[in-house]
Ligand binder design. Structure first.
Ligand code: NFK
Length: 310
């Protein structure tokens, strides 16, 4: 047994699972408690579409802004009503196992956050099979560099990702910004139900369009890198909130908990929240609501406050 999850004695639990059990653990829709799997995925798209339509119909926004030369390298920026030079920016990276989802159906948190003075950026990236994991990580990096260059007076850039998008956001903990000529003003990471060690995913059906090899999986695993060679925050005040839904699978819980523990050991200001009575998808639906604990920017105690305004 190797020591991927913290020590040779424990070993990685997923390595002892049958193929079916691993498939089950890494299929978030099978763990929803209030809907069937298909219905949960349908509802997720529907709520995302509606939130995006609403966000685009109200308020000021810039849509399909190119952050690179590629066709898929576009982002949408939603501004708060009060115009200000020095806005905080929250950048959101959607999930969908790196092979589904789009920015055009992912503006979940736009309404509650713009109402509280935060500019929200929803980022598109080339999902598989067009994009590889390396390319997606590179595109996310480029999108952040773009926002920093475009808005150098920003009051902070906060990265939020869901599921596969939380993985992409967490990869930014490893970015070498000096290569990009600008160091973004990263103040917080809000990681929602993410996957941070990609090796188990290689052994599921989700790998069919990702075609990940062990080398690619490790190169793109924040857990693997941070465990092997811890990084330090550029800004020591940068906070990381790792969250997982109560009804997410045990493997999703393990992935989040271990990332959190590794970050703490590495000296990052990280906190961990298991979100009460929500599944993998309901967390995002709740982010469309003004009165949900995670969307209260200015109100204490709140994870967003911890992440955004402290
Ligand atoms: N095939 C997956 C779909 C999925 O995991 C998913 C769908 C929408 C948004 C995020 C997802 N998960 C991680 O990226 C499932 O069975 O739930």
């Amino acid at each position: 047994m190797d020591d991927l999850d913290g020590g040779p004695k424990r070993g990685a639990p997923w390595k002892r699972m049958s193929k079916e059990e691993l498939e089950n653990q890494y299929s978030p829709s099978r763990w929803v408690v209030r809907l069937g799997a298909e219905e949960a995925l349908r509802t997720y798209s529907q709520i995302g579409n509606e939130a995006t339509k609403r966000a685009q119909a109200t308020g000021r926004n810039l849509l399909d802004v190119p952050y690179g030369d590629g066709e898929g390298e576009k982002l949408d920026i939603y501004f708060p009503e009060a115009v200000s030079e020095a806005l905080p920016f929250l950048m959101f990276f959607h999930g969908g196992y790196w092979q589904s989802g789009s920015k055009d159906s992912s503006a979940f948190m736009v309404s509650p956050l713009t109402a509280q003075g935060v500019a929200v950026v929803i980022v598109a990236y080339d999902i598989a099979p067009k994009g590889t994991l390396d390319q997606m990580v590179d595109q996310v990096t480029q999108s952040i560099v773009f926002v920093q260059k475009q808005y150098p007076g920003n009051q902070g850039i906060y990265l939020c990702g869901h599921s596969a998008g939380a993985h992409l956001a967490a990869m930014m903990l490893l970015a070498n910004w000096t290569e990009h000529g600008v160091t973004p003003n990263l103040k917080g990471f809000f990681l929602v139900s993410g996957i941070y060690d990609l090796e188990p995913v290689m052994h599921t059906s989700e790998n069919a369009s990702l075609l990940t090899t062990l080398e690619v999986a490790q190169r793109n695993s924040p857990q693997w890198h941070l465990q092997t060679a811890p990084t330090q925050p550029v800004d020591p005040a940068c906070r990381i909130l790792v969250t997982v839904g109560q009804h997410d699978s045990p493997e999703f819980h393990r992935q989040s908990r271990e990332l959190y523990q590794t970050l703490r050991r590495g000296g990052w200001k990280a906190s961990f929240e298991e979100l009460h009575d929500v599944d993998h998808f309901e967390i995002l639906w709740n982010l469309t609501q003004k009165d949900y604990v995670l969307t209260q920017v200015g109100c204490i105690p709140s994870p967003w406050t911890e992440c955004i305004l402290l």
